[in-house]
Design a protein around this ligand. Structure first.
Ligand SMILES: Nc1ncnc2c1ncn2[C@@H]1O[C@H](COP(=O)(O)OP(=O)(O)OP(=O)(O)O)[C@@H](O)[C@H]1O
Ligand SMILES: [Mg+2]
Length: 336
């Protein structure tokens, strides 16, 4: 089941139209639907670009067979490139990332596609920001080098390689990745936000939500939040108690107080933009590292977040879901 997200899919489709010297890293709240979007783009790729090839690399994969997905059967390419179909000593994703350049080269030769889209999901969880940058740069440069050496060899660029456009897209849910990436110039960074009201309502209907506005008020368009709420038979109170416990909200609030930021936190539950002010900077980093809040970006793929006090969405910062903000508020008031 995949619902809505037409604007985001359109962004990916346009992105894949031509090669990009600088890849995009897409970051967004946990569970906002990044992986679902990436997989749907791979499924639709052949209908977008006849003969096009999309590759999805799962940074979390531990088994080689699960690390790479594609809209076409590339099993023998993977086997030829690096035994990716067998068992691997290092993390499957790490290997796949390092073999990207080779995989893309072989695909271009074998299938002669016009468009290749490579999506790496959770790149930074797999290899960290520094190594991730190196791997993507290496893949891109390998592509360039292959082109140049073929040109020298043959006096011209072989058709399949010359015509193929290759675009890399990287998805990340590490709260800190945006800050980390801002130190580098190898990638552009764009935000993907939670679902808009209409798409979220469709998802709610598909899951049998009895009260859409209550779900919206709690999840603010976050699909994972909605799935979790459904699992609890739409019991909002039980959901908040579970979040408070699994996200260690009591500890978080106590630690914030120990560091002397209790007052700023109290302000931030009402207005997250205080985190962009000088007195909020340290707290912002603390909450961001724990994926409680997220720094927004004016560069957004698809639907942009709309500032909304009730949902905890500001102009510069937002709570990843209203439920997280509510749980923090409850802890501040001594209710959990
Ligand atoms: N457009 C959609 N239609 C239907 N289900 C969706 C959609 N988007 C997300 N989901 C579902 O919501 C849940 C969370 O989505 P997903 O795993 O894609 O989020 P994510 O942003 O990749 O999360 P993380 O930050 O943890 O990697 C999954 O169960 C997914 O199947
Ligand atoms: Mg994901």
């Amino acid at each position: 089941m995949f619902i809505n997200r037409e604007a985001e899919l359109e962004w990916v489709r346009e992105y894949a139209r031509r090669s990009h010297a600088t890849p995009f890293v897409i970051y967004g709240p946990e569970g906002c639907g990044k992986t679902a979007l990436a997989l749907e783009a791979v499924r639709r790729f052949s209908s977008w670009y006849a003969g096009g090839i999309a590759l999805y690399i799962d940074g979390k994969a531990r088994r080689a067979a699960e690390a790479v997905k594609s809209n076409v059967n590339i099993g023998d390419v993977l086997a030829e490139v690096g035994g990716l179909t067998g068992s691997v000593g290092m993390s499957a994703a790490r290997l796949a990332v390092w073999l990207l350049g080779k995989i893309v080269e072989k695909i271009a030769e074998r299938f002669a596609p016009m468009n290749i889209l490579v999506v790496v999901d959770e790149l930074f969880s797999a290899v960290g920001v520094g190594e991730g940058a190196l791997a993507v740069k290496y893949a891109q440069e390998l592509g360039d080098r292959v082109l140049r050496s073929k040109k020298a060899e043959l006096g011209e660029i072989p058709k399949p390689l010359a015509e193929a456009s290759v675009s890399y897209l990287i998805f990340s849910s590490e709260g800190s990745s945006r800050r980390e990436l801002s130190r580098h110039n190898w990638a552009h960074v764009a935000l993907m936000w939670n679902m808009g009201e209409r798409g979220f309502q469709q998802l709610g209907e598909a899951l049998g939500a009895p009260d859409f506005s209550a779900a919206w008020r709690l999840c603010g368009g976050n699909p994972r939040c909605l799935f979790q709420l459904a699992e609890l038979d739409w019991d909002a109170e039980k959901f908040l108690t579970l979040i408070a416990s699994s996200r260690r909200i009591g500890w978080v609030v106590a630690e914030v107080a120990r560091r002397g930021f209790a007052d700023v936190l109290r302000e931030a539950v009402e207005n997250p933009d205080v985190l962009a002010e000088p007195r909020g900077l340290e707290l912002a980093r603390f909450l961001e590292n724990r994926n409680f809040v997220i720094e927004l970006s004016p560069i957004v793929i698809g639907q942009a977040p709309r500032p909304d006090d009730e949902l905890g969405v500001g102009r510069r910062y937002a709570w990843q879901t209203p439920a997280l903000r509510d749980a923090v508020k409850m802890a501040l008031e001594g209710r959990v």
